[in-house]
Design a protein around this ligand. Sequence first.
Ligand SMILES: Nc1ncnc2c1ncn2[C@@H]1O[C@H](COP(=O)(O)OP(=O)(O)OP(=O)(O)O)[C@@H](O)[C@H]1O
Length: 356
Amino acid sequence: MTPVTLPRPGAEGSSATAAAREPDVLCVDLVRIFSAAGVEVQALQGLNLRVDPGELVAVVGASGSGKSTLLTILSGLDTPTAGSARVAGHDLLSMGARERVAYRRRTVGFVWQQTQRNLLPYLTAAENLALAMEVARTRRGAERARRTSELLDLLAVGDIADRRPSELSGGQQQRVAIAVALANEPRVLLADEPTGELDEATSAEVLEAMRSVNEELGVTTLIVTHDPTVSEHVRRTVQIRDGRTSTEVLRSTRTDEHGQEHAIAEEFAVLDRVGRLQLPTEFVAALELRDRVRLGLEPDRIEVRPGQDRTPSTAAEAEDADRSGPEPGADSPDAGGDGDGDSDDATGIAPREEDR
Ligand SMILES: Nc1ncnc2c1ncn2[C@@H]1O[C@H](COP(=O)(O)OP(=O)(O)OP(=O)(O)O)[C@@H](O)[C@H]1O
């Protein structure tokens, strides 16, 4: 295999290095509302997402959660209704037509689920790459041929450079598609369901190929997918629910006292800039949380308790509750506090005794 000497994005000089410190993708309170036949659909409802230069991030979520809407916006094909979205220094809301064309040609690369959207059927793998470089006006002559073979080798498809897409397996087609997406030397690689039409084993190979491209070239990569196995291949998986980022899974490896490496996956809820977070559905269901919850501030955590059973709805019920006193083991309104009777409720959401 040819040694890989491809340049890493953002490695060109001091100003580029300074720019590289900014996130490559930054979405703040991103909203996208579609109107169809008089009905409004809020596909994105204040989504926040930050992806740093060189990161590989998977975005997962149920059907209809807003994944494709997000990717379509990041790829410059659609504009958000409100909020802000910046990719590699480009403001996607205010970008004019000319900047948008340049952005799509040179700043971002795309891999879509369907081969016909990634590759021209009548061109060979190598010709598809050459065409992408022609369109982006990057590299010429021998330089172009050298980059073509380096990229195809990097994706382990160097030996099928002269084949057309119909002569390739699904996995090979997606590897060539990744090479084509990288041909314009993008800062950010965006992939929408790149393994959607592949079997499990081939999906794993393609995801590993994306991981190695990310490591070798340092290209910031965002993969949107249904594939539940994706989190095994990336360090960070962001879950979207109802048009917002809700949880993240971070994977890391730890070495035990016997020198053995263990993969560790930890799930976190995402806290936005103004302190909002989404509770996991199963937690909400387990405690039958609805409408209102009680929050309590402990020295090292915040408690969320059901609100509905403890709020008497009538004066008579309130009197009953007062007479019977607190349930055995139930927390007082000062739960978790210092016992001085002052509310430790920094949120102001849990009512104090005298407010009842
Ligand atoms: N052009 C459109 N016009 C009207 N509604 C739309 C449009 N595009 C998306 N939506 C709606 O926005 C919501 C989010 O759709 P989106 O395609 O982003 O979800 P998704 O998570 O990618 O789903 P899937 O995994 O099924 O592709 C859905 O309710 C969808 O019906």
